[in-house]
Design a protein around this ligand. Sequence first.
Ligand code: SF4
Length: 325
Amino acid sequence: MTLLQVRGLTIQDRQGIALVDQLSMTLSAGDILGLVGESGSGKTLSCRAMMRLLPGEGLTISGGEILFNGTDLLTLNDKQMTAIRGREIGMIFQNPASHLNPVMTIGQQIAESRRLHFGASHREAHLQAVELLRQVGIPDPLRRVDNYPHEFSGGMRQRAMIAVALACEPKMLIADEPTTALDVTVQMQILRLLRDLRDRLGIAIILITHDLGVVAQTCDRIAVMYGGRLCETGDKRPVLAQAIHPYTRGLIDCQPVSEGGSGRLITLPGQPPVAARFPTGCRFHPRCANATAQCQRMQPAMQTGHGHVAACHHPLSGRENESSI
Ligand code: SF4
């Protein structure tokens, strides 16, 4: 069942530059979608738009629809949107320390949501907080529920923030680089936790990341963005095995190889574009080895290949390479 359908989402800055340009994507209930791209690709901005929380002044959603459970979120007033935010769509961030309240215990922060949204009594909300901490893998939750955020390690704070988000029983979770600040072992545990929550609770998750290794481990589907536009999207396996967009291919080739290989780390040449100087035509053309005059002139339309879709005038044939991730 389709839970989220974004159609033609466009976000402009005050100069009228499309920082996100005609983004379309879907998310089914219980799916994990990896939203991938370098800094400035528009992935976080797009998800902020889904929460109607655009950062900074002068950014506007100038076009498109964000259908959540069939309702266009862009047509809701502030009060209606507040009821959706947190309750239906939760969000977790890279740095939980700045999103947890330092002067409230972890338990109080979870219990507050239970009381507010579900009318739980103080005692019920406290017990539910303990249970949620247990569900996200906090050891000794009966004792830890009364700890403050600074008494938790980085990984435990991330688990606690997930518990706070889950307290509202959302249908969808947006996880914005939730493991970037964590060491590799804790990173694996948090990704496993997200998959486990999807399996047990059926929550749909958008996982924002710049790391294709994270996508390979965790996600069902992938959407790759560059310069505010969608490059390629589809089921994870065919996209990673047979990418047809040169940018997706470049990201795959940049992944470190754990075993075998030459040991040489390939990097994408050039820098991602800044909004004020988005190139004409395909925004990837200055960095693309396959670029032609057509690419410089015309924005490519989405086309299908190997069961997924990509926006490219000269899509690749899609050679097998899943073993490299
Ligand atoms: Fe490269 Fe052209 Fe495809 Fe853009 S449209 S990715 S420049 S080949």
